[in-house]
Write a protein that binds this ligand. Structure first.
Ligand code: FES
Length: 176
Protein backbone atom coordinates (compact mmCIF):
# COMPACT_ATOMS: atom_id res chain seq x y z
CA UNK A 1 0.00 0.00 0.00
CA UNK A 2 2.76 2.38 0.99
CA UNK A 3 4.72 1.34 -2.11
CA UNK A 4 1.74 2.09 -4.33
CA UNK A 5 1.44 5.65 -2.89
CA UNK A 6 5.11 6.23 -3.50
CA UNK A 7 4.75 5.07 -7.10
CA UNK A 8 1.70 7.25 -7.50
CA UNK A 9 3.42 10.20 -6.03
CA UNK A 10 6.53 9.55 -8.14
CA UNK A 11 4.31 9.09 -11.17
CA UNK A 12 2.43 12.24 -10.33
CA UNK A 13 5.64 14.14 -9.68
CA UNK A 14 7.25 12.72 -12.82
CA UNK A 15 4.23 13.56 -14.94
CA UNK A 16 4.22 17.11 -13.55
CA UNK A 17 7.97 17.49 -14.19
CA UNK A 18 7.64 16.23 -17.76
CA UNK A 19 4.67 18.46 -18.37
CA UNK A 20 6.37 21.67 -17.23
CA UNK A 21 9.55 20.72 -19.10
CA UNK A 22 7.49 20.11 -22.19
CA UNK A 23 5.68 23.38 -21.68
CA UNK A 24 8.99 25.22 -21.28
CA UNK A 25 10.40 23.61 -24.40
CA UNK A 26 7.28 24.52 -26.39
CA UNK A 27 7.41 28.11 -25.18
CA UNK A 28 11.10 28.29 -26.03
CA UNK A 29 10.55 26.86 -29.52
CA UNK A 30 7.56 29.14 -30.01
CA UNK A 31 9.68 32.12 -29.05
CA UNK A 32 12.49 31.13 -31.42
CA UNK A 33 10.03 30.60 -34.28
CA UNK A 34 8.45 33.97 -33.55
CA UNK A 35 11.82 35.72 -33.57
CA UNK A 36 12.91 34.02 -36.81
CA UNK A 37 9.56 34.79 -38.50
CA UNK A 38 9.78 38.40 -37.35
CA UNK A 39 13.34 38.71 -38.62
CA UNK A 40 12.43 37.21 -42.01
CA UNK A 41 9.38 39.50 -42.34
CA UNK A 42 11.54 42.50 -41.41
CA UNK A 43 14.28 41.61 -43.91
CA UNK A 44 11.79 40.91 -46.70
CA UNK A 45 9.69 43.99 -45.95
CA UNK A 46 12.53 46.45 -45.37
CA UNK A 47 13.12 47.42 -49.03
CA UNK A 48 9.38 47.96 -49.55
CA UNK A 49 9.15 50.15 -46.44
CA UNK A 50 12.22 52.09 -47.52
CA UNK A 51 10.75 52.56 -51.00
CA UNK A 52 7.48 53.86 -49.59
CA UNK A 53 8.82 56.28 -47.00
CA UNK A 54 12.12 57.42 -48.52
CA UNK A 55 10.74 60.34 -50.56
CA UNK A 56 9.10 61.61 -47.37
CA UNK A 57 12.29 61.66 -45.35
CA UNK A 58 14.74 62.56 -48.09
CA UNK A 59 15.69 66.20 -48.36
CA UNK A 60 16.81 67.63 -51.63
CA UNK A 61 20.41 68.51 -51.01
CA UNK A 62 21.26 69.72 -54.48
CA UNK A 63 22.94 73.06 -54.73
CA UNK A 64 21.87 75.37 -57.49
CA UNK A 65 23.52 78.40 -59.02
CA UNK A 66 20.98 81.08 -59.74
CA UNK A 67 21.76 84.00 -62.06
CA UNK A 68 20.61 87.30 -60.59
CA UNK A 69 21.54 89.78 -63.31
CA UNK A 70 24.29 91.98 -64.72
CA UNK A 71 27.02 93.20 -62.40
CA UNK A 72 26.78 96.61 -64.08
CA UNK A 73 23.38 97.17 -62.55
CA UNK A 74 24.81 97.24 -59.01
CA UNK A 75 25.41 100.79 -57.82
CA UNK A 76 28.35 101.22 -55.44
CA UNK A 77 27.38 102.10 -51.89
CA UNK A 78 23.71 101.17 -52.30
CA UNK A 79 22.16 97.70 -52.11
CA UNK A 80 20.57 96.40 -55.29
CA UNK A 81 17.74 93.94 -54.75
CA UNK A 82 17.33 90.97 -57.08
CA UNK A 83 14.04 89.12 -56.57
CA UNK A 84 14.23 85.40 -57.28
CA UNK A 85 12.09 82.30 -57.10
CA UNK A 86 12.69 78.61 -57.61
CA UNK A 87 11.00 75.27 -57.08
CA UNK A 88 12.14 73.27 -54.04
CA UNK A 89 11.33 69.61 -53.37
CA UNK A 90 11.45 68.45 -49.76
CA UNK A 91 10.39 64.82 -49.53
CA UNK A 92 6.80 64.66 -50.81
CA UNK A 93 6.34 68.41 -50.66
CA UNK A 94 7.17 70.65 -53.60
CA UNK A 95 7.04 74.40 -53.10
CA UNK A 96 8.24 77.68 -54.53
CA UNK A 97 10.97 79.48 -52.64
CA UNK A 98 10.98 83.22 -53.18
CA UNK A 99 13.29 85.85 -51.85
CA UNK A 100 15.31 88.92 -52.60
CA UNK A 101 19.08 88.83 -52.76
CA UNK A 102 20.72 92.17 -51.99
CA UNK A 103 23.98 92.81 -53.80
CA UNK A 104 26.34 95.32 -52.23
CA UNK A 105 29.61 96.69 -53.56
CA UNK A 106 31.84 99.59 -52.67
CA UNK A 107 34.12 99.37 -55.70
CA UNK A 108 32.41 97.16 -58.30
CA UNK A 109 35.21 94.63 -57.70
CA UNK A 110 34.16 92.93 -54.49
CA UNK A 111 30.50 92.09 -54.37
CA UNK A 112 28.66 90.75 -51.36
CA UNK A 113 25.16 89.34 -51.69
CA UNK A 114 22.91 89.14 -48.65
CA UNK A 115 19.75 87.22 -47.92
CA UNK A 116 16.71 89.30 -47.01
CA UNK A 117 15.78 86.86 -44.25
CA UNK A 118 16.21 88.35 -40.78
CA UNK A 119 18.45 86.29 -38.53
CA UNK A 120 16.16 86.85 -35.55
CA UNK A 121 12.89 85.12 -36.49
CA UNK A 122 13.06 84.95 -40.29
CA UNK A 123 11.00 88.02 -41.19
CA UNK A 124 11.97 89.79 -44.39
CA UNK A 125 14.26 92.79 -44.21
CA UNK A 126 14.28 95.64 -46.69
CA UNK A 127 16.66 98.47 -47.40
CA UNK A 128 15.48 101.58 -45.56
CA UNK A 129 17.11 104.76 -46.84
CA UNK A 130 15.94 106.81 -43.87
CA UNK A 131 17.59 104.41 -41.42
CA UNK A 132 20.52 103.79 -43.78
CA UNK A 133 20.26 100.06 -43.19
CA UNK A 134 18.32 96.85 -43.76
CA UNK A 135 15.27 97.19 -41.53
CA UNK A 136 13.22 94.33 -40.14
CA UNK A 137 9.69 95.51 -39.28
CA UNK A 138 8.88 92.55 -37.00
CA UNK A 139 10.96 93.64 -34.00
CA UNK A 140 12.78 96.70 -35.33
CA UNK A 141 15.99 94.88 -36.15
CA UNK A 142 18.47 96.97 -38.12
CA UNK A 143 21.44 95.73 -40.18
CA UNK A 144 24.12 97.84 -41.81
CA UNK A 145 25.07 97.99 -45.49
CA UNK A 146 27.36 94.97 -45.09
CA UNK A 147 24.84 92.95 -43.13
CA UNK A 148 26.21 93.71 -39.67
CA UNK A 149 23.76 94.06 -36.78
CA UNK A 150 23.29 97.70 -35.78
CA UNK A 151 20.42 97.38 -33.34
CA UNK A 152 17.52 95.22 -32.23
CA UNK A 153 17.30 91.53 -31.38
CA UNK A 154 18.99 89.83 -34.38
CA UNK A 155 21.73 87.59 -32.97
CA UNK A 156 24.02 87.66 -36.02
CA UNK A 157 24.62 89.47 -39.32
CA UNK A 158 22.54 88.79 -42.42
CA UNK A 159 23.44 85.54 -44.17
CA UNK A 160 25.62 85.90 -47.23
CA UNK A 161 25.39 83.93 -50.45
CA UNK A 162 28.37 82.45 -52.19
CA UNK A 163 28.74 84.30 -55.50
CA UNK A 164 30.32 83.96 -58.91
CA UNK A 165 30.52 86.23 -61.94
CA UNK A 166 30.46 84.82 -65.45
CA UNK A 167 30.13 86.90 -68.61
CA UNK A 168 29.24 89.93 -66.53
CA UNK A 169 26.37 88.08 -64.82
CA UNK A 170 26.19 87.72 -61.06
CA UNK A 171 25.06 84.36 -59.69
CA UNK A 172 24.44 83.07 -56.17
CA UNK A 173 24.61 79.55 -54.80
CA UNK A 174 21.37 78.35 -53.30
CA UNK A 175 21.16 75.33 -51.08
CA UNK A 176 18.01 73.29 -50.62
S1 FES B 1 12.40 88.86 -36.96
FE1 FES B 1 13.66 90.51 -37.49
S2 FES B 1 13.96 91.55 -35.66
FE2 FES B 1 12.73 89.88 -35.11
Amino acid sequence: MAEEKLVHSEEAGGAEAVSSEELGRRKFLGGIIGIVAGAVAFIVGLPAIGYLISPGVKRQTQEQWLTLGPVDSIKPGLPTGFPFSRRVKDGWVESTQTGVAFAVTDDNQNIQVFSNVCTHLNCRVNWDEGRDGFFCPCHDGLFGLHGEVISGPPPRPLDQFQTKIENGQLSILLEA
